[in-house]
Structures are given as structure tokens and as C-alpha cells.
Design a protein around this ligand. Structure first.
Ligand code: FE2
Length: 291
């Protein structure tokens, strides 16, 4: 399978030498969005045509669909648009974003002791397309996506995903508990192995607060709509989870049989070892044509 992939490679090892540190939870700004404006020109005899970069159909289809789907801050995609995006992402493979699977052979040493890195394929005010590279045992700790809808497609590897939603999304804090704790309902706690279907989280459902732990070197393609924006009140918060029994004090808010499905989330500062290194996107470009 590896031998079939010959497009431009995204080089995970480049993370060791390029760009400044970003933030976990897709917040980093790498500034490498490529826009190509298509121009129609009459063919002239004797002029050698310039080579046009090959744009994988699936990546371009994803971009066009995102542009139609995401209407901006404060909106959630319509169910039919979510279905369409999932259908596109479900079919996507590593070579659609220029990944060379030779980097992911078990004997390859590149990922050992490497950090989590990320690259941005495209970003505008309504959505962004990002790729996250996790070495084996690499962790993106529990973090939220305020007011955002996020599609995650595991392209490579085997990864454990744990996710929560607030038990009561309308309640800011539970006054009977220590102020930094808030009850959350477990939505996912299992291992995903590529290739697998796309996961979708919404502002208050679908596991808006999640944690990725790579079992093998892994690559995730994320579609975020809208992107994080500190200025617009969509900053990323980090959490540590505690078992339900750790802080229930015998005053059970849920039935005994349901306790295992709940946890207390404590908001924490971003863990120091969780910064994500931003690297340049060197995969196939998107054709950003004007509508
Ligand atoms: Fe995330």
C-alpha cells in the first residue's frame, strides 16, 4: 500500500525545526494557508504549459462542502450537510492530504520521542481544516470546543478517544461542589483504528470535550467550524477528569447504575507538556476559487 503513494509528503519530523509553538486544541496559527485563484487563459501555441499541482478530488470536495456547510459563528450545520461532510471524510485516505505512509512503518524511528504536531491546510472565519500528528503515547489532553462543530477523521493509526458533554449544558457551575468542578456525561471511551468512520461533536452534544491518546503513531484530520478564536470568545479550556464517586459526598445526582457514565471535570491550566508544535503544510493545495 505504501508504494502507491507518491504525492508530496507532509513531513512530521519537520516539526522539530519549524515554526513557533502552537496551542493544544487546534489553536495554533501557522500562517501557511495556500490560496490559488484559478484564471482561464486562452492556450497559445508554442508555450509550454506550467505543471499544475494535483489536487486530490476528495480534499477539494471537502473544501467546497465546508464552504457550503459552515455559515459562521453561532450556527450549527444542518443534518443533511453533516451527513454529506461525513460521507466525504469517511472515504478520505492519507494520500488525500499528501501523507506518505512510509513515515508510519513500525520500524521507522521518526516518531519516537517526538511531540504532537499539527498543520493547517486551510483556515477562514467560518471553518478550518487541520491535521494532528501524534507519536505513540502522544496525548492531546481533555479540551473543549466552545460553540463549535468538529469533524474528526482518523487517517492513520490506533487511538483511544475519551469524550464528555456537560450533564447540564445550561448550568455554569454546580454550587454544591468545589467551584472548579462540573458534572459531565461520558460519551465515548474506546479505541479507534484507522480506517474508520468520522466522529462529529457539536456545541453541547456528541462529546464536545475530548482527549486523544495515541496507541500507535496516529494522524487525525479535523474540520472545525467555526475555528477557535480568543477574540470571539471561543478560546480553548483544559480539564482533568475525576470519577463520579470522588466528589459525590453521598448526595447522588444520578442513579447507581449510571454513575460509571459520569465524571467531574476540573478546569486546569494548559498542561506545560501539551503544547503542540505547528508545522508547515506541504501537502496538496486547495483550489480556493471565488464563488
Ligand atoms: Fe479537539
Amino acid at each position: 500500500m505504501e508504494g502507491e503513494i507518491s504525492v508530496v509528503s507532509v513531513e512530521p519530523e519537520a516539526s522539530l525545526v519549524r515554526q513557533g509553538k502552537g496551542r493544544v486544541g487546534h489553536v495554533k496559527k501557522v500562517g501557511h494557508v495556500r490560496k490559488i485563484i484559478s484564471k482561464k487563459r486562452k492556450p497559445c501555441r508554442g508555450i509550454i504549459k506550467q505543471a499544475v499541482p494535483r489536487v486530490p478530488k476528495a480534499l477539494q470536495e471537502l473544501f467546497v462542502s465546508c464552504r457550503e456547510t459552515f455559515k459562521g459563528p453561532g450556527t450549527v450545520p444542518l443534518p443533511e450537510d453533516v451527513h454529506k461532510l461525513c460521507h466525504i471524510l469517511d472515504k478520505m485516505r492519507p494520500d488525500d492530504v499528501g501523507l506518505d505512509l512510509r513515515f508510519f512503518k513500525p520500524e521507522n524511528m521518526i516518531f519516537q520521542n517526538a511531540r504532537v504536531t499539527s498543520t493547517t491546510i486551510y483556515e477562514c472565519k467560518n471553518f478550518s481544516l487541520c491535521i494532528f500528528f501524534l507519536p505513540a503515547k502522544g496525548v492531546i489532553p481533555l479540551h473543549n470546543h466552545p460553540g463549535m462543530t468538529v469533524f474528526s477523521k482518523l487517517l492513520v493509526g490506533k487511538m483511544h478517544i475519551k469524550s464528555y458533554d456537560w450533564a447540564d449544558p445550561d448550568a455554569s457551575k454546580n454550587s454544591s461542589q468545589p467551584s472548579q468542578l462540573r458534572l459531565a456525561k461520558l460519551q465515548a471511551n474506546r479505541v479507534f483504528t484507522a480506517p474508520c468512520d468520522t466522529s462529529v461533536l457539536y456545541p453541547t452534544t456528541g462529546g464536545n470535550i475530548h482527549e486523544f491518546t495515541a496507541i500507535t503513531p496516529s494522524v487525525v484530520l479535523d474540520v472545525l467550524g467555526p475555528p477557535y478564536s480568543q477574540e470571539d470568545g471561543r478560546d480553548c479550556s483544559f480539564y482533568k477528569d475525576h470519577s463520579y464517586n470522588a466528589f459525590s459526598n453521598g448526595e447522588s445526582e444520578v442513579g447507581d447504575e449510571e454513575k460509571h457514565g459520569y465524571g467531574w471535570l476540573e478546569e486546569i491550566e494548559m498542561p506545560e507538556d501539551s503544547q503542540i508544535e505547528g508545522i508547515e503544510y506541504r501537502g496538496p493545495p486547495i483550489i480556493d476559487t471565488i464563488l
